[in-house]
Design a protein around this ligand. Sequence first.
Ligand SMILES: Nc1ncnc2c1ncn2[C@@H]1O[C@H](COP(=O)(O)OP(=O)(O)OP(=O)(O)O)[C@@H](O)[C@H]1O
Ligand SMILES: [Mg+2]
Length: 402
Amino acid sequence: MTEPRVLAIGTPHAFRGQVARSLQLEDDYVDWLPSVTAAEESVVVKNVAPHVLVLSHEVKDADALGIGDFIAQSSPTTAVVLVREQPTPGLLAAAMRAGIRDILDRSADDFELGEALRRAIAWSQGLESLGGNAKRSVKPRGQIISIFSSKGGVGKTFLASNLAAAIAKKSDREVALLDFDLKLGDVFSYWGQEPTGSPAELQSLATLDDHDAIVNVGTAMTERLWAFGVQPDPAAEPFSGDVAGKVLRTLRSTFDYTIVDATNDYSDQTVAAFDMSDEIWLVTGLDVVGMRHLLIAMETLQSLGVPRDRLRVVLNRADSQVGPSLADVERVLKVKIDLTIPSSELVPRSLNKGVPAYFSDPASEVARSIDRIADKLLGTPISHHRSAAAGRKKLRAVFGIG
Ligand SMILES: Nc1ncnc2c1ncn2[C@@H]1O[C@H](COP(=O)(O)OP(=O)(O)OP(=O)(O)O)[C@@H](O)[C@H]1O
Ligand SMILES: [Mg+2]
């Protein structure tokens, strides 16, 4: 039998040592990566598939199920084992569907963990010895960008539509634009159209893997851009986190970029989108209520386990004549504004025309700011933020109010 190849994923870093100890190995014999994103990239890039990939209790359920699906497709001889603090209802069934071999309670001792890992390794080595070590080459997964604000009417849908338009135009990549507001989404209005699909059709994405069938659920808006949404129904319920995660995983493995126009709440559906997003763009205006929502959103997302470096701040209507200056806001709130969009009557005008401002007036300031935003996304990463918690305490100071 070959040496066991073990990949431990997720914080704390001490998890690697725990895995090594349980298998009576030196730490160096266990590879460790902090996140499922890094693990997916490693499996795509490296030629050697691990025998077992073990996920720490700090890896979120949606991420764990996502990598289970991914490994089942890309490296079918790799066994996936999950450590959970407290398995949530429905997790077992979802994990089985995602091809996860075992779930262990976090309270399991080294002996139990070692036993589970040895079983998983034996299963994997057995498959390998039968010649099943066909590590399939898979397309690197795409990126998901969610546009969010807990305050309504700040320009999320305008940004999502125009950003998707710009990425599809500037790159030769395929882009999905997902309207996740199942009650009253208005992404399609920005394109002069009405969605015709039902929530059940959108949900069917969860089980599709054929490119043509997937794009058929959407509506082609440009040559490389498909929008996904449902007919307005104020009584519609959001998807469960599990369904939302599956829909997003299908889009992620089909499209190079998926732009999600998220709803203004923290429903399971929206939280699943946060979990799976490579970047979350928080949109705000330069007003006290908007800033307050922004700071609370930054705190809430981090308390939900979203790492700070996935958050970006977009200031819409940045040239507002009333209120503090952008520099004041950055300095006192200690929030870096990554991207700005000016106010322009072109925005409501193009909405009424049903043509995104990015197309209807490409020379405008608004279109050029969208260009810059798309360039940043397609190019270099954006620097990290400073502390929102500290900044929040200083709201008073910026606005001189309570
Ligand atoms: N930069 C801008 N300049 C002028 N008008 C804007 C700008 N951004 C957005 N608007 C206008 O503000 C209104 C709200 O925009 P949008 O629908 O994108 O907000 P939203 O955050 O998606 O709202 P909701 O919370 O309802 O989903 C629209 O009428 C839009 O035309
Ligand atoms: Mg909207």
